[in-house]
Design a protein around this ligand. Sequence first.
Ligand code: ATP
Length: 215
Amino acid sequence: MDAGLFGGTFNPIHNGHIRIASHVKQQCNLSRIFFFPSATPPHKPGSNLAPAQDRYAMVEQSLAGMDGFSASDIELSRSGPSFTIDTILAFEKQHGPDTRFFLLMGSDAFFDTPSWKKHKAIFAAVPIIVMPRGEPGQRRAIASFLDENISKGYTWNREKKQFIHGRLQPVYVCHVPKIDISSTMIRNRVKQHLSIKGLVPSPVEKIINKRKLYL
Ligand code: ATP
């Protein structure tokens, strides 16, 4: 089966995450998408981070009963900072050779990969699906990025909507609808006692209230 790996801080998970994941699942024919919250994100220090167990509970309860979506605590069960390449290898070990994984990334995360540990190993390990948010012209930016930061020799295959490379895994570009929701917006609204109804799945609202998060 083909499965997507969707990592994030999910501080908290919101309807934007779920809608873009549904879009990519359908466009790329993925059977399942695993959402995995990061325990101690190496890239986002000091952003009013809710405890990992609360962030995981919000992801798990939001996805419960949704066909083809699963929550994974794979990064939470590991101690210390979580690095994406280790997570990919752990998923591969957990699921065996019958599952082919694709790493989903928003374009902000994608362009930030040079600051990640062993980031070039990621491009060798799994196909990546970059999800630009309704921005035109991103394909050219992705092409220059790959050429300058990852490796020379990527070429664009228009039919398959992917960059291919002789040695490395393909990089797909899957444009997703622009949805103006971010976790930062949710945290700010909670802090200002504004409603977050319709912006997050209802279990998220309940957990935020019960655990008094983001105040
Ligand atoms: P924050 O506001 O705290 O930076 P976020 O809303 O971007 O958080 P993350 O948990 O960092 O949420 O997101 C995980 C991934 O989802 C990232 O790759 C990010 O680009 C993508 N993403 C988040 N919100 C959207 C959205 N509205 N549309 C498209 N991609 C999104």
